[in-house]
Design a protein. Structure first.
Length: 406
Protein backbone atom coordinates (compact mmCIF):
# COMPACT_ATOMS: atom_id res chain seq x y z
CA UNK A 1 0.00 0.00 0.00
CA UNK A 2 1.31 3.44 -0.90
CA UNK A 3 1.50 6.09 1.77
CA UNK A 4 -1.33 8.54 2.26
CA UNK A 5 -0.43 12.11 1.35
CA UNK A 6 -1.18 14.91 3.80
CA UNK A 7 -1.27 18.57 2.78
CA UNK A 8 -0.42 20.93 5.67
CA UNK A 9 -1.67 24.50 5.16
CA UNK A 10 -0.47 26.90 7.87
CA UNK A 11 0.86 30.46 7.63
CA UNK A 12 2.90 30.24 10.87
CA UNK A 13 6.24 28.70 9.86
CA UNK A 14 7.00 27.14 13.26
CA UNK A 15 3.56 25.52 13.55
CA UNK A 16 3.69 24.26 9.96
CA UNK A 17 7.13 22.71 10.44
CA UNK A 18 6.07 21.08 13.72
CA UNK A 19 3.00 19.61 12.06
CA UNK A 20 4.97 18.34 9.08
CA UNK A 21 7.58 16.72 11.33
CA UNK A 22 5.03 14.86 13.44
CA UNK A 23 2.94 13.77 10.46
CA UNK A 24 6.00 12.41 8.62
CA UNK A 25 6.94 10.48 11.74
CA UNK A 26 3.48 8.89 11.65
CA UNK A 27 4.33 7.45 8.22
CA UNK A 28 2.64 9.90 5.84
CA UNK A 29 4.00 11.79 2.85
CA UNK A 30 3.70 15.51 3.59
CA UNK A 31 3.30 18.54 1.34
CA UNK A 32 3.49 22.01 2.90
CA UNK A 33 1.73 25.23 1.90
CA UNK A 34 2.26 28.62 3.60
CA UNK A 35 -1.23 30.03 2.92
CA UNK A 36 -4.67 29.18 1.58
CA UNK A 37 -3.97 30.25 -2.00
CA UNK A 38 -0.85 28.08 -2.21
CA UNK A 39 -2.73 25.22 -0.52
CA UNK A 40 -5.53 25.38 -3.06
CA UNK A 41 -3.10 25.36 -6.00
CA UNK A 42 -1.17 22.38 -4.59
CA UNK A 43 -4.38 20.52 -3.84
CA UNK A 44 -5.54 20.84 -7.45
CA UNK A 45 -2.24 19.42 -8.74
CA UNK A 46 -1.46 16.72 -6.14
CA UNK A 47 -4.93 15.69 -4.85
CA UNK A 48 -3.74 14.71 -1.35
CA UNK A 49 -5.80 12.30 0.74
CA UNK A 50 -5.86 14.41 3.92
CA UNK A 51 -5.65 18.17 4.52
CA UNK A 52 -4.60 19.72 7.84
CA UNK A 53 -5.31 23.45 7.72
CA UNK A 54 -5.53 26.52 9.91
CA UNK A 55 -8.84 28.40 9.82
CA UNK A 56 -7.49 31.95 9.96
CA UNK A 57 -5.04 32.77 7.16
CA UNK A 58 -4.43 35.78 4.88
CA UNK A 59 -5.97 36.00 1.39
CA UNK A 60 -8.08 32.83 1.49
CA UNK A 61 -9.03 31.50 4.92
CA UNK A 62 -9.27 27.82 5.74
CA UNK A 63 -13.05 27.51 5.38
CA UNK A 64 -13.12 29.14 1.95
CA UNK A 65 -10.22 26.95 0.84
CA UNK A 66 -12.04 23.84 2.08
CA UNK A 67 -15.15 24.82 0.11
CA UNK A 68 -13.09 24.92 -3.11
CA UNK A 69 -11.29 21.66 -2.27
CA UNK A 70 -14.60 19.85 -1.74
CA UNK A 71 -15.63 20.81 -5.25
CA UNK A 72 -12.48 19.15 -6.60
CA UNK A 73 -12.64 16.04 -4.38
CA UNK A 74 -15.59 15.15 -2.14
CA UNK A 75 -13.60 12.36 -0.43
CA UNK A 76 -10.73 14.45 0.97
CA UNK A 77 -10.47 14.19 4.78
CA UNK A 78 -10.00 17.56 6.49
CA UNK A 79 -8.62 18.39 9.95
CA UNK A 80 -8.95 22.00 11.13
CA UNK A 81 -6.60 23.97 13.37
CA UNK A 82 -8.33 26.60 15.44
CA UNK A 83 -7.50 29.28 17.96
CA UNK A 84 -9.44 30.05 21.12
CA UNK A 85 -12.89 31.54 20.48
CA UNK A 86 -13.56 29.86 17.10
CA UNK A 87 -15.62 26.97 18.47
CA UNK A 88 -18.86 27.99 16.73
CA UNK A 89 -17.09 28.08 13.35
CA UNK A 90 -15.53 24.67 14.00
CA UNK A 91 -18.86 23.07 14.98
CA UNK A 92 -20.38 24.41 11.77
CA UNK A 93 -17.48 22.88 9.78
CA UNK A 94 -17.91 19.52 11.55
CA UNK A 95 -21.57 19.48 10.56
CA UNK A 96 -20.45 19.98 6.95
CA UNK A 97 -18.13 16.97 6.98
CA UNK A 98 -14.79 18.10 8.46
CA UNK A 99 -13.51 15.03 10.31
CA UNK A 100 -11.82 16.68 13.33
CA UNK A 101 -10.23 19.81 14.74
CA UNK A 102 -7.23 20.76 16.89
CA UNK A 103 -6.90 23.73 19.20
CA UNK A 104 -3.74 25.78 19.55
CA UNK A 105 -1.41 25.06 21.27
CA UNK A 106 -1.48 21.73 19.47
CA UNK A 107 -2.11 18.47 21.30
CA UNK A 108 0.08 16.06 19.31
CA UNK A 109 -1.69 12.96 20.66
CA UNK A 110 -4.98 14.37 19.42
CA UNK A 111 -3.34 15.13 16.06
CA UNK A 112 -2.28 11.48 15.72
CA UNK A 113 -5.77 10.36 16.71
CA UNK A 114 -7.34 12.64 14.08
CA UNK A 115 -4.91 11.36 11.43
CA UNK A 116 -5.79 7.78 12.33
CA UNK A 117 -9.49 8.47 11.89
CA UNK A 118 -8.83 10.23 8.58
CA UNK A 119 -6.64 7.32 7.41
CA UNK A 120 -9.44 4.91 8.29
CA UNK A 121 -11.85 6.85 6.05
CA UNK A 122 -9.31 6.98 3.20
CA UNK A 123 -8.73 3.22 3.47
CA UNK A 124 -12.49 2.56 3.31
CA UNK A 125 -12.94 4.73 0.21
CA UNK A 126 -9.88 3.54 -1.67
CA UNK A 127 -10.07 -0.04 -0.33
CA UNK A 128 -6.49 0.13 0.82
CA UNK A 129 -4.90 -2.63 2.89
CA UNK A 130 -3.04 -1.61 6.04
CA UNK A 131 0.62 -2.70 6.10
CA UNK A 132 1.84 -2.65 9.71
CA UNK A 133 5.38 -1.75 10.75
CA UNK A 134 7.35 -3.96 13.13
CA UNK A 135 10.49 -3.15 15.07
CA UNK A 136 12.67 -6.18 15.82
CA UNK A 137 15.27 -5.54 18.54
CA UNK A 138 17.64 -8.50 18.90
CA UNK A 139 21.40 -8.34 19.56
CA UNK A 140 22.26 -11.72 17.96
CA UNK A 141 22.61 -10.92 14.26
CA UNK A 142 21.90 -14.44 12.99
CA UNK A 143 18.68 -14.64 15.04
CA UNK A 144 17.70 -11.09 14.07
CA UNK A 145 18.16 -11.76 10.35
CA UNK A 146 16.33 -15.09 10.48
CA UNK A 147 13.31 -13.67 12.31
CA UNK A 148 13.21 -10.60 10.05
CA UNK A 149 13.08 -12.79 6.93
CA UNK A 150 10.18 -14.78 8.36
CA UNK A 151 8.26 -11.62 9.26
CA UNK A 152 8.92 -9.97 5.89
CA UNK A 153 7.45 -13.03 4.13
CA UNK A 154 4.14 -12.03 5.76
CA UNK A 155 4.38 -8.71 3.84
CA UNK A 156 5.04 -6.77 7.03
CA UNK A 157 7.48 -3.86 7.09
CA UNK A 158 10.33 -4.73 9.47
CA UNK A 159 12.84 -2.37 11.10
CA UNK A 160 15.88 -4.02 12.70
CA UNK A 161 17.83 -2.93 15.79
CA UNK A 162 20.89 -4.53 17.38
CA UNK A 163 20.49 -2.98 20.85
CA UNK A 164 18.14 -0.97 23.05
CA UNK A 165 19.53 2.44 22.15
CA UNK A 166 19.16 1.81 18.42
CA UNK A 167 15.63 0.47 18.98
CA UNK A 168 14.52 3.60 20.86
CA UNK A 169 16.02 5.84 18.15
CA UNK A 170 14.21 3.95 15.39
CA UNK A 171 10.97 4.04 17.39
CA UNK A 172 11.27 7.81 17.89
CA UNK A 173 11.76 8.45 14.15
CA UNK A 174 9.17 6.07 12.68
CA UNK A 175 5.59 4.98 13.17
CA UNK A 176 5.88 1.53 14.75
CA UNK A 177 2.88 -0.72 15.35
CA UNK A 178 4.45 -3.81 16.93
CA UNK A 179 7.71 -4.02 18.88
CA UNK A 180 9.55 -7.35 19.28
CA UNK A 181 12.15 -7.06 22.06
CA UNK A 182 14.85 -9.33 23.40
CA UNK A 183 14.97 -9.02 27.20
CA UNK A 184 18.78 -9.22 27.31
CA UNK A 185 20.57 -6.71 25.07
CA UNK A 186 23.76 -4.66 25.40
CA UNK A 187 23.67 -0.96 26.43
CA UNK A 188 20.02 -1.09 27.38
CA UNK A 189 17.92 -4.13 28.28
CA UNK A 190 14.48 -4.84 26.85
CA UNK A 191 12.56 -3.70 29.94
CA UNK A 192 14.21 -0.25 30.00
CA UNK A 193 13.81 0.01 26.22
CA UNK A 194 10.09 -0.71 26.54
CA UNK A 195 9.67 1.92 29.27
CA UNK A 196 11.36 4.58 27.12
CA UNK A 197 9.17 3.68 24.14
CA UNK A 198 6.04 3.91 26.31
CA UNK A 199 7.14 7.40 27.34
CA UNK A 200 7.17 8.37 23.64
CA UNK A 201 3.91 6.72 22.59
CA UNK A 202 1.33 4.25 23.85
CA UNK A 203 -0.02 3.48 20.37
CA UNK A 204 1.74 0.16 19.83
CA UNK A 205 1.90 -3.42 21.11
CA UNK A 206 5.01 -5.17 22.41
CA UNK A 207 6.13 -8.80 22.53
CA UNK A 208 9.29 -9.77 24.46
CA UNK A 209 11.72 -12.64 23.94
CA UNK A 210 13.18 -14.36 26.99
CA UNK A 211 15.78 -17.03 27.54
CA UNK A 212 15.85 -19.60 30.32
CA UNK A 213 15.83 -17.84 33.69
CA UNK A 214 14.47 -14.54 32.32
CA UNK A 215 10.84 -15.27 33.20
CA UNK A 216 10.67 -12.74 36.06
CA UNK A 217 11.95 -9.94 33.82
CA UNK A 218 9.53 -10.99 31.08
CA UNK A 219 6.64 -10.80 33.55
CA UNK A 220 7.82 -7.32 34.59
CA UNK A 221 7.78 -6.35 30.91
CA UNK A 222 4.18 -7.52 30.62
CA UNK A 223 3.28 -5.44 33.66
CA UNK A 224 4.80 -2.49 31.79
CA UNK A 225 2.64 -3.02 28.72
CA UNK A 226 3.96 -6.03 26.76
CA UNK A 227 1.17 -8.21 25.40
CA UNK A 228 3.09 -11.51 25.43
CA UNK A 229 6.50 -13.14 25.87
CA UNK A 230 8.09 -15.93 23.85
CA UNK A 231 10.85 -18.19 25.14
CA UNK A 232 13.97 -18.74 23.06
CA UNK A 233 14.60 -20.52 20.78
CA UNK A 234 11.66 -18.82 19.08
CA UNK A 235 8.98 -21.08 17.61
CA UNK A 236 8.29 -19.39 14.25
CA UNK A 237 4.64 -20.43 14.04
CA UNK A 238 4.06 -19.16 17.56
CA UNK A 239 5.78 -15.90 16.62
CA UNK A 240 3.45 -15.31 13.65
CA UNK A 241 0.34 -16.11 15.72
CA UNK A 242 1.50 -13.78 18.52
CA UNK A 243 2.13 -10.93 16.10
CA UNK A 244 -1.28 -11.42 14.46
CA UNK A 245 -2.97 -11.32 17.88
CA UNK A 246 -1.04 -8.15 18.69
CA UNK A 247 -2.29 -6.57 15.43
CA UNK A 248 -5.86 -7.55 16.30
CA UNK A 249 -5.61 -6.00 19.76
CA UNK A 250 -3.98 -2.83 18.41
CA UNK A 251 -6.71 -2.39 15.79
CA UNK A 252 -9.41 -2.92 18.43
CA UNK A 253 -7.88 -0.31 20.73
CA UNK A 254 -7.51 2.19 17.89
CA UNK A 255 -11.08 1.64 16.73
CA UNK A 256 -12.29 2.24 20.28
CA UNK A 257 -10.33 5.49 20.48
CA UNK A 258 -11.71 6.61 17.12
CA UNK A 259 -15.32 5.88 18.11
CA UNK A 260 -14.82 7.65 21.44
CA UNK A 261 -13.52 10.75 19.68
CA UNK A 262 -16.47 10.63 17.26
CA UNK A 263 -18.79 10.48 20.26
CA UNK A 264 -17.11 13.56 21.76
CA UNK A 265 -17.51 15.49 18.51
CA UNK A 266 -21.15 14.41 18.16
CA UNK A 267 -21.86 15.66 21.68
CA UNK A 268 -20.33 19.02 20.84
CA UNK A 269 -22.53 19.29 17.74
CA UNK A 270 -25.66 18.28 19.65
CA UNK A 271 -24.86 20.75 22.43
CA UNK A 272 -24.53 23.53 19.87
CA UNK A 273 -27.74 22.60 18.06
CA UNK A 274 -29.73 22.39 21.30
CA UNK A 275 -28.23 25.52 22.86
CA UNK A 276 -30.95 27.85 24.15
CA UNK A 277 -33.58 25.31 23.10
CA UNK A 278 -35.77 22.91 25.04
CA UNK A 279 -36.06 19.33 23.80
CA UNK A 280 -39.69 18.21 23.90
CA UNK A 281 -41.49 14.93 23.17
CA UNK A 282 -45.05 16.08 22.44
CA UNK A 283 -47.72 13.41 23.05
CA UNK A 284 -50.63 15.70 23.92
CA UNK A 285 -53.00 13.74 21.71
CA UNK A 286 -52.50 10.74 24.01
CA UNK A 287 -53.59 10.29 27.63
CA UNK A 288 -50.81 10.60 30.24
CA UNK A 289 -49.96 6.93 30.79
CA UNK A 290 -49.96 5.97 27.07
CA UNK A 291 -47.73 8.99 26.44
CA UNK A 292 -45.15 7.72 28.94
CA UNK A 293 -45.42 4.17 27.58
CA UNK A 294 -44.89 5.38 24.03
CA UNK A 295 -41.88 7.42 25.14
CA UNK A 296 -40.44 4.30 26.77
CA UNK A 297 -40.95 2.31 23.57
CA UNK A 298 -38.83 4.91 21.76
CA UNK A 299 -36.12 4.81 24.42
CA UNK A 300 -36.03 0.98 24.34
CA UNK A 301 -34.54 1.21 20.84
CA UNK A 302 -31.66 3.48 21.86
CA UNK A 303 -28.37 1.50 21.87
CA UNK A 304 -26.12 1.54 24.93
CA UNK A 305 -26.99 2.20 28.55
CA UNK A 306 -29.92 4.51 29.19
CA UNK A 307 -31.69 5.69 32.38
CA UNK A 308 -34.56 8.16 32.82
CA UNK A 309 -35.16 9.94 36.14
CA UNK A 310 -37.00 12.94 37.48
CA UNK A 311 -35.75 15.98 39.38
CA UNK A 312 -35.98 14.06 42.68
CA UNK A 313 -33.52 11.40 41.41
CA UNK A 314 -36.32 8.81 41.24
CA UNK A 315 -35.70 6.29 38.45
CA UNK A 316 -38.58 6.16 35.97
CA UNK A 317 -37.03 3.78 33.46
CA UNK A 318 -33.82 1.99 32.47
CA UNK A 319 -33.21 -0.04 29.34
CA UNK A 320 -32.12 -3.67 29.31
CA UNK A 321 -28.40 -2.85 28.95
CA UNK A 322 -28.41 -1.28 32.42
CA UNK A 323 -31.25 -3.30 33.97
CA UNK A 324 -29.42 -6.60 33.55
CA UNK A 325 -26.77 -5.62 36.13
CA UNK A 326 -29.41 -4.70 38.73
CA UNK A 327 -32.05 -7.37 38.24
CA UNK A 328 -35.00 -5.32 39.52
CA UNK A 329 -35.08 -1.61 38.65
CA UNK A 330 -33.83 0.47 41.63
CA UNK A 331 -36.11 3.22 42.95
CA UNK A 332 -33.58 6.01 43.18
CA UNK A 333 -30.08 7.16 42.20
CA UNK A 334 -27.95 6.64 45.33
CA UNK A 335 -24.48 5.53 46.40
CA UNK A 336 -25.29 1.86 45.81
CA UNK A 337 -26.60 2.59 42.30
CA UNK A 338 -23.46 4.52 41.31
CA UNK A 339 -21.21 1.81 42.75
CA UNK A 340 -23.08 -0.91 40.83
CA UNK A 341 -22.47 0.90 37.53
CA UNK A 342 -18.86 -0.33 37.63
CA UNK A 343 -20.24 -3.63 36.29
CA UNK A 344 -21.42 -1.71 33.22
CA UNK A 345 -17.91 -0.29 32.70
CA UNK A 346 -18.51 3.07 34.41
CA UNK A 347 -15.37 2.78 36.50
CA UNK A 348 -14.34 6.27 37.66
CA UNK A 349 -17.67 7.76 38.77
CA UNK A 350 -18.44 8.88 42.32
CA UNK A 351 -21.83 9.83 43.72
CA UNK A 352 -20.53 13.35 44.32
CA UNK A 353 -19.45 13.69 40.66
CA UNK A 354 -22.89 12.60 39.49
CA UNK A 355 -24.78 14.94 41.84
CA UNK A 356 -22.59 17.88 40.79
CA UNK A 357 -23.33 17.28 37.08
CA UNK A 358 -27.02 16.66 37.82
CA UNK A 359 -27.44 19.91 39.76
CA UNK A 360 -25.55 21.86 37.12
CA UNK A 361 -27.91 20.50 34.46
CA UNK A 362 -31.02 21.32 36.50
CA UNK A 363 -29.83 24.91 37.00
CA UNK A 364 -28.61 25.45 33.42
CA UNK A 365 -30.33 26.67 30.27
CA UNK A 366 -32.79 24.17 28.81
CA UNK A 367 -31.37 21.88 26.17
CA UNK A 368 -27.79 21.83 27.43
CA UNK A 369 -25.76 18.67 28.01
CA UNK A 370 -23.63 17.64 30.96
CA UNK A 371 -20.94 15.05 30.25
CA UNK A 372 -18.95 13.15 32.87
CA UNK A 373 -15.77 11.29 31.88
CA UNK A 374 -16.07 8.01 33.77
CA UNK A 375 -13.03 6.10 32.53
CA UNK A 376 -10.38 6.09 29.84
CA UNK A 377 -12.96 5.50 27.08
CA UNK A 378 -16.27 5.74 28.98
CA UNK A 379 -18.68 8.63 29.37
CA UNK A 380 -22.01 9.49 30.96
CA UNK A 381 -24.15 12.21 29.36
CA UNK A 382 -27.11 13.91 31.05
CA UNK A 383 -29.77 15.69 28.98
CA UNK A 384 -32.96 17.42 30.15
CA UNK A 385 -36.18 16.58 28.25
CA UNK A 386 -39.86 17.42 28.58
CA UNK A 387 -42.62 14.96 27.73
CA UNK A 388 -45.87 16.81 27.01
CA UNK A 389 -49.01 14.77 27.68
CA UNK A 390 -52.75 15.43 27.63
CA UNK A 391 -53.06 15.61 31.44
CA UNK A 392 -49.69 16.96 32.55
CA UNK A 393 -46.14 17.56 31.41
CA UNK A 394 -43.27 15.41 32.68
CA UNK A 395 -39.83 16.94 33.12
CA UNK A 396 -37.24 14.16 32.92
CA UNK A 397 -33.48 13.69 32.83
CA UNK A 398 -32.17 11.33 30.18
CA UNK A 399 -28.84 9.64 31.03
CA UNK A 400 -26.89 7.83 28.32
CA UNK A 401 -23.85 5.75 29.20
CA UNK A 402 -20.96 4.19 27.36
CA UNK A 403 -18.90 1.84 29.52
CA UNK A 404 -15.34 0.61 29.21
CA UNK A 405 -14.97 -2.45 27.00
CA UNK A 406 -14.09 -5.51 29.10
Amino acid sequence: MGKCTVLVVEDEDSTRMQLARVIRKEGYDVIEAENGQAGLEIFGKKLPDIVVTDIKMPNIDGLEMIHHMRRISSHVQIILITAYGETETVISALRQGVIDYLKKPLDLDLLCLALGRAQEKVNEHQRLVWVPALLLAEDEQATRDRLARVLEKENWKVFRAADGDEAVNIFAENKIDIVLLDIRMPRKDGLQTLKEMKALSSDFQAIVFSGYGDEKTAIDAMRNGAINFLRKPIDLDQLIVSVEKAFERLNTERALKYRTRELELTKQIVAKITEEKEIILDFRTMPGIPAMNFAKSILDNVPGGLVVLNRDLNILYMNHCVARIFGATPNKIDLEFVSKLSEFGITDLTYEMFISAFEQLINSTSGTLETIKTGKYSYMTLLRLKIMGEIQDHAIILITMRGERK
